[in-house]
Write a new protein. Structure first.
Length: 291
């Protein structure tokens, strides 16, 4: 594993910011100690045990998979964790919104993959630089466990053509994959110890292989947008203000949930899911749910 990026008082240095903009990513950045990471993993696994068959309107995995911050206080706690936001501010500036928290788990010895893609292909965002993903490891992310691979400098492309497979072994909503092959030699493995994160640009080409290890691979992909972000076509979208201020209301802002899966947050979850489906599944040939 690479040595951690050494922050200055928890902040990215000018050199680290340049590395992010040159490469389209930066890692590994330590943002939580072992005790904190264990406690987040234990809290997630407790929710999985308690809520798996507990009468939620949609499968538990749906709520964990996208927009977990709407209904799960744990997801908000992680997404609003100070050391993560300190690093994110170095890229997006002081006014930052939490857009989506996604628990991306691959069980031990399973075949699920994420095909090579660019995040922004289907998100309907009006600009490409005011959004990023922080991906936090809650268990070891290694080549064996199916860590992500990044293609260096690939964020300098436009949005490339993607093909949808809707393959059930693909963790992505449309099973989307860029329509060009990426050589193994061009893949940079993003190995992360628990408590460390990577940052990646929304146009960086990335994917991940199957988990061939004995442990679960648990990642938390946290999407942040600057308050400068506008949605393409003026579509409605939602976010939580994480740092700074919103100067004009391009996104509808909402408060973190008061309790796990409580009534108001479940109603908001359904509303956001319906609105985002209009954008994310536009043009898809299959009628699959977005997540
Ligand atoms: O968790 C993974 O393996 C892939 C995550 C991903 O594609 C993302 O965070 O954008």
């Amino acid at each position: 594993m690479k040595d951690c990026v050494a922050l200055q008082d928890g902040r990215l240095t000018e050199r680290q910011k340049s590395a992010y903009w040159n490469d389209g990513y930066l890692f590994p950045i330590r943002v939580a100690d072992d005790a904190q990471t264990h406690s987040w993993r234990a809290a997630l696994e407790e929710i999985e045990r308690t809520w798996l068959d507990n009468g939620l309107p949609l499968p538990l995995n749906t709520y964990k998979r996208v927009n977990a911050q709407v209904v799960m206080p744990l997801a908000c706690e992680i997404g609003l964790h100070g050391p993560i936001l300190d690093a994110v501010e170095g890229v997006l500036g002081p006014d930052v919104m939490l857009y989506s928290v996604e628990f991306l788990t691959k069980e031990a010895h399973t075949k699920h993959v994420v095909t090579m893609h660019q995040d922004l292909a289907y998100w309907g965002m009006g600009d490409m630089d005011n959004i990023l993903t922080a991906w936090l490891a809650l268990s070891p992310a290694t080549t064996a466990s199916g860590c992500m691979d990044f293609v260096q400098g690939s964020h300098k492309n436009e949005i490339l053509a993607h093909e949808d497979s809707f393959d059930e072994l693909n963790l992505l909503s449309r099973g989307q994959e860029i329509a060009v092959d990426v050589a193994d030699a061009d893949k940079v493995p993003v190995e992360l110890a628990p408590g460390c994160m990577s940052l990646h640009h929304g146009l960086t080409i990335h994917g991940s292989g199957p988990n061939q290890s004995d442990d679960r691979r648990i990642g938390v992909a946290i999407r942040y947008v600057s308050t400068k972000m506008r949605k393409a076509g003026g579509n409605k979208d939602y976010a939580i203000l994480a740092r700074g201020a919103v100067s004009d209301a391009s996104f509808i802002t909402y408060a973190p949930p008061e309790a796990l899966f409580d009534g108001p947050s479940m109603a908001l979850y359904a509303e956001i899911r319906d609105e985002q489906a209009k954008v994310m599944m536009a043009g898809a040939k299959s009628q699959s749910a977005i997540y």
